[in-house]
Design a binder for this molecule. Sequence first.
Ligand SMILES: Cc1cc2nc3c(=O)[nH]c(=O)nc-3n(C[C@H](O)[C@H](O)[C@H](O)COP(=O)(O)O)c2cc1C
Length: 157
Amino acid sequence: MEKIWIQVLGKMTYGIYVLTTFYEDEINAMIASWVSQVSYDPPLVMTAIHPDRYSHRLLEQSRCFALHVPAKNHMDYLSRFKGPDPKAKLDGIQWVKGKTGCPILKQCVAYVECRVRNSYNPGNHTLFIGEVVDARICSAEKPLSTLDYKGQYLRKD
Ligand SMILES: Cc1cc2nc3c(=O)[nH]c(=O)nc-3n(C[C@H](O)[C@H](O)[C@H](O)COP(=O)(O)O)c2cc1C
């Protein structure tokens, strides 16, 4: 990509989410910001995930994901989801199994849980389009976005 294109794409604002998924007894969580609602009837949410992610394989197998909205002041908490070790990511934090079996994290502003209806490969990320099966607001704190987060997801991280 041309440098200026990357710079311009870096001016676009996104939410920052913690995506959780699972397959059988494997669970994982990762930070995702290429996320959007794409329909309200039915309610559909899309997430774009690179095939190299451990979560990608779990998503393909379970066809389920949950997206958690972190609070602005949860930046430190977020860093635990960056590492490559899936066990370290969820160890010692509170979560429960959601309707689909996805881990639902206790600490978040809100979450949405989805079952994948379609997936597409238009480029180097897979678009997983999920139908909302559950959603809750868990706190009144302000959501985190790329405006408050240092470092944007633009290409390789
Ligand atoms: C702010 C931020 C946003 C990110 N957004 C995405 C995204 O939308 N899609 C993606 O595939 N990776 C994204 N990543 C990279 C993954 O979070 C990272 O590669 C993670 O370690 C993958 O975890 P896993 O391999 O255990 O599934 C993002 C990283 C950061 C820091």
